[in-house]
Design a protein around this ligand. Structure first.
Ligand SMILES: *[C@@H]1O[C@H](CO)[C@@H](O)[C@H](O)[C@H]1NC(C)=O
Ligand SMILES: *[C@@H]1O[C@H](CO)[C@@H](O)[C@H](O)[C@H]1NC(C)=O
Ligand SMILES: *[C@@H]1O[C@H](CO)[C@@H](O)[C@H](O)[C@H]1NC(C)=O
Length: 978
């Protein structure tokens, strides 16, 4: 009977075996007999069946009654390899003593398949794995049955735990009801050989069971670094292993409802948290759901098994396909079942087994847990230390937190911590929110009764990169989200905005003068006091320098300068996104009305007059508010007055003032009238002998009028040089700039104009249009401050414009002719007197002097009338407004139309886990090759291809457990971000 089965099943092997092994039986026989003889002699008294054993070896086995397992083995040459091994291993007596068991006897071919040399030895433990501790008749096995072997060393923790063994007996309906009987990877050949005397069944198997089933901990440990085929459960494995949970809990004699990585719904942050020592409780809560005590598997029949998992939740186990599929709670079907370990059993599930949202069974993730999972324990500790724990434990809070991998700057203050939390739902990722200010949770009640929350400046580059406070880059495009909170990682820590002095010192090179003044008047301290918040306009140094003489005057009168500085500070915070119209109070307690069209506009209108250009980029956040550097105008206090006289008095002007005094012309210094003055220094006047004492009033008057400009003239002169003050002028060709001239600038002197010429060096020269080519240089200028629209002020000249330079050939010649004629006459007269010794010298001189006085007096009156006329004209004609406001602000901030990149796809999710996936076919290939090498036994069965789903699936690539080539870290950080 045995032979017939061997023939049908072992057809491929039978013929070659018979041919190759023809000399072997005798060899084996002789060796076997010799060994047996020795062994038996020692144990002679303990075994009654020894004689029959011997009898078998006399080649008359068929007639001898079989009373022991050895008898059965000896009766067939197919077991010679096994027998020899038992002999070599000194286990014959042990086998002979067995009773009430099922003995699995591999045929010779099984040893050959694994290239195990004849005469190799076997330990008792190994042999015991071939012996089922019960008598199993195949009729009693329907589908899968898990039995236990005589190997009692299955568990490192439980004394005497028997290694389980899987039997599978069924009839293949798809193949003529062919019987299939498997013992794990081996096929049972022939019938059950029952030995009634010892109540034992011997089963012939065609393969060895050399698979050393690993213990639970060992198996999960190895599964991290090994190809587990299509079944991937590294997350579960790593959780079992982290903090040595598996060992610490002495996991043994257990059933594992192993969830696939995909079904477990944990992102890498959550996984890391659960693996963290601080997540130990949550981890235990988590995995306990999947752990059931005892070995539950195989065909559970029509009934069900109810068992509790480690969270004391009742689970119902049922099976289908004769035990090939395990079903939990009548709903969740296993993908792979009954994978045996030496002290446990694994059922693998790709469907979600539990409701992960049930916070009784599964941990509720909070900001704290996420921060721990992201390795920011220090941050968490700091928050706890600052008694801000609620911020990270309360899942109902809508907030965004910014954490840095760099804790150098980690503010040791509570405020510094609060500065890392943003109020409200995640604003950073809002599509439109490219540049803007984020409101932090660091808020202060201000002196003015409102609440001020510090801001963080968010800038988005055209490439989509986001930067905070111009310093810290945001590293994750999409935030980690937990509860209602979002987490952003930044590359450098953000610290609270610095004090005023640091804020302006660190950033601005073009604003040194403002910085200097603020320092001089101690604003650094004044504007950094707690609980008061300000907006500071910081004029560029160029703007101060443009004041020129006026600035000199201000520096000499610090009260006025401070008044201006006070006016640059608004109480309250006005950010770039200000919108509408609002009245502010300055630091000097005067009211200013500020308006701005819309939040994105850059133009700030002050008191409906001055326009200031601010920008999002340039605004600087500091500890007590915001600083706006400005480049277009210095907003001056409305009430401030600095007249020409003021400006004049600060200069070397005594001589000139006295001349005006003598001529009674000081009224022109009242700047409200719009006159401007060109001032030659006293020194230069003295050098040219023009003093108030010279007595020649006519000359002095002409001199004075040449130096007084009617309203409008100053603008023309400044215009002449204005090209120079524009940045673009430096690009003009030198020749062109040389030719920049303008003429016909009126003076007070009737009919006399000035021509202005700008030098390539930037200097400005003035000459009389109606005169010789003599030029004077304008050294400096100053503008009077008043609230009129007429520009008036002071120009400083290197030397006076001399009335003598005026052309005598112009229309006013007649006015000068008499004087000239008289002088010539005087000379002629003197000569005549000297030559003729005439006595009428005195008479002639006296009469001519009277005539001169009369004419001079008339002319004076005449010109007085003209002055009135000029004034009346200027009052009605459109005046040249100050062109300063037209300065084109080409430095408008970069428009905020940075095309933000669509960050729809998070880089993190793009990666997948293929790195440790090896598909099913590969796994099987490796498995079979390892079998050829004889390193191990896979549990795949030969010729299972047509067994259909019910049988085949159990032996899936789960068994590819010996291919060591695959590797992946327990927690693949890249594998799944959110
Ligand atoms: C086998 O079982 C029988 C009956 O249950 C028992 O009497 C006998 O002692 C057992 N033998 C061994 C070796 O366990
Ligand atoms: C294994 O666990 C089951 C169920 O808890 C228990 O009944 C059985 O005694 C355990 N086996 C051993 C050897 O401890
Ligand atoms: C669990 O919660 C998430 C998010 O709130 C939801 O998308 C998911 O459907 C929930 N799952 C179950 C099983 O309720």
């Amino acid at each position: 009977m045995l032979l017939s089965v061997v023939q049908t099943v072992l057809i491929p092997w039978l013929v070659p075996l018979a041919l190759l092994s023809s000399p072997r039986p005798s060899l084996a026989f002789s060796i076997g007999a010799g060994v047996f003889g020795n062994g038996d002699g020692e144990d002679n008294d303990s075994d009654d069946d020894d004689d029959s054993g011997y009898a078998y070896y006399s080649q008359a086995g068929d007639t001898v009654p079989t009373t022991s397992i050895i008898d059965v083995l000896s009766a067939n040459e197919s077991y010679s390899h096994l027998l020899l091994t038992l002999q070599k291993s000194d286990l014959v007596d042990y086998v002979n003593e067995l009773a009430n068991v099922t003995f699995l006897a591999p045929v010779n071919a099984a040893f050959e398949k694994h290239e195990i040399p004849i005469g190799s030895t076997l330990s008792k433990d190994e042999l015991n794995r071939f012996i089922v501790d019960d008598v199993v008749f195949r009729e009693e096995v329907s589908g899968i049955r898990i039995v236990s072997t005589l190997n009692h060393h299955g568990s490192p923790y439980i004394e005497g735990f028997q290694i389980p063994l899987l039997l599978d007996h069924r009839f293949d309906e798809t193949d003529d009801n062919k019987e299939i009987y498997l013992v794990e990877n081996a096929r049972v050949l022939g019938e059950d050989q029952y030995i009634p005397t010892i109540d034992t069944v011997v089963l012939t198997i065609d393969d060895l069971l050399t698979d050393p089933k690993e213990t639970v901990c060992r198996y999960f440990q190895d599964s991290l670094n090994r190809n587990t085929g299509a079944e991937r459960f590294k997350t579960f494995s790593s959780l079992l292993l982290s903090e040595s949970t598996c060992k610490a809990q002495r996991m043994s004699n257990m059933t594992f409802l192993t969830p696939s990585d995909a079904s477990i719904h944990l992102n890498h942050v959550e996984r890391k948290y659960l693996s963290h020592i601080r997540g130990l409780d949550d981890k235990n809560l988590f995995i306990s759901n999947f752990l059931v005590d005892g070995i539950i598997g195989g065909n559970l029949g029509n009934g069900s098994v109810t068992a509790s998992n480690w969270n004391n939740e009742k689970l119902t186990f049922t099976s289908s396909y004769l035990g090939d599929e395990i079903i939990i709670n009548n709903k969740i079907r296993s993908t792979t079942s009954n994978f045996l370990l030496s002290d446990g059993i694994i059922h693998y599930f790709e469907d979600t087994i539990f409701d992960y949202n049930d916070t009784k069974k599964f941990p509720l993730f909070t900001l704290r847990k996420y921060l721990i999972g992201l390795d920011y324990e220090d941050f968490v500790d700091e928050i706890d230390f600052r008694k801000l724990s609620d911020l990270i434990d309360d899942n109902s809070l809508h907030q965004t937190v910014l954490v840095s991998s760099d804790y150098r700057m980690m503010g040791s203050l509570k405020n510094g911590m609060l500065y890392h939390f943003l109020e409200g739902d995640d604003k950073i990722s809002l599509q439109k929110f490219e540049n803007g200010l984020l409101t932090t949770k660091y808020c202060v009640d201000t002196d003015m009764g409102s609440t001020f929350c510090q801001k963080i400046k968010l800038e988005t580059s055209p490439s989509g990169e986001r930067t905070l406070n111009s310093n810290s880059k945001i590293l994750n495009t999409r935030p980690y989200k937990v509860g209602n909170s979002s987490i952003y990682i930044i590359d450098d820590d953000i610290s609270l905005p610095s004090k005023l002095q640091t804020a302006i010192a660190s950033e601005l090179t073009g604003y040194g003068k403002s910085t200097e003044f603020l320092k001089k008047f101690n604003y650094s301290k004044k504007l950094s006091k707690d609980n008061s918040f300000y907006t500071l306009f910081l004029p560029a140094t160029d703007l101060w320098n443009a004041l020129d003489l006026t600035l000199d005057y201000l520096i000499e009168n610090p009260v006025l300068l401070q008044e201006i500085l006070d006016n640059l500070v608004l109480k309250g915070v006005l950010y770039h996104d200000f919108e509408g119209t609002q009245e502010f109070e300055t630091y000097g307690n005067s009211k200013v009305e500020i308006s701005k069209d819309d939040s994105s506009s850059d133009v700030l209108n002050v008191n409906n007059s001055t326009n200031l250009t601010i920008s999002f980029d340039s605004q600087i956040l500091y500890s007590n508010g915001v600083i706006h550097p400005i480049d277009d105008d210095i907003p001056l206090p409305q009430g401030m007055r600095i007249s020409n006289l003021d400006l004049l008095s600060a200069q070397d002007s005594t001589e000139f003032e006295k001349i005006l005094d003598v001529l009674n012309l000081t009224s022109v210094l009242d700047s409200t009238k719009g006159y401007s003055v060109m001032l030659p220094s006293s020194k230069s006047l003295l050098q040219e002998n023009i003093t108030y004492t010279m007595g020649d009033l006519t000359f002095l008057e002409k001199f004075a009028k040449l130096h007084i400009l009617p309203p409008g003239s100053l603008d023309m002169i400044l215009d002449c040089s204005s090209a120079n003050s524009l940045p673009s002028s430096s690009y003009l060709h030198v020749d062109y700039r040389n030719s920049t001239t303008s003429s016909d600038i009126p003076t007070m002197m009737n009919g006399t104009h000035l021509t202005c010429r700008e030098l390539a060096s930037g200097g400005m020269m003035l000459s009389l249009t109606e005169g010789s080519g003599n030029e004077v240089r304008v050294l400096r200028h100053g503008i009077a401050i008043d609230n009129t629209t007429i520009t008036s002020g002071l120009l400083l000249l290197d030397r006076p414009l001399n009335p003598l330079w005026m052309n005598n050939s112009d229309g006013k010649l007649y006015l000068h002719l008499p004087l000239f004629a008289i002088l010539v006459g005087i000379l002629i007269g003197v000569v005549c007197v000297l030559m003729t010794c005439g006595c009428c010298l005195v008479l002639t001189f006296g009469s001519s002097k009277k005539i001169v006085d009369g004419i001079e007096h008339e002319r004076y009156m005449d010109d007085g009338g003209r002055i009135e006329h000029v004034i009346s004209v200027t009052e009605t004609m459109p005046l040249l407004n100050d062109n300063d406001n037209d300065n084109n602000n080409t430095d408008n901030k970069k428009s905020s139309d940075n095309n933000k990149k669509n960050n729809g796809v998070n880089g993190g999710t793009g990666k997948n886990t293929t790195s440790y996936m090896i598909d099913r076919t590969n796994g099987q290939g490796q498995n079979s090759s390892s079998r050829v090498l004889g390193r191990s036994l896979g549990r795949d069965s030969p010729s299972l291809e047509n067994k259909g789903r019910e049988v085949g699936r159990r032996y899936s690539t789960f068994d590819a457990r010996y291919s060591m080539n695959a590797s992946a870290s327990p927690i693949d950080v890249n594998s799944s971000i959110i």
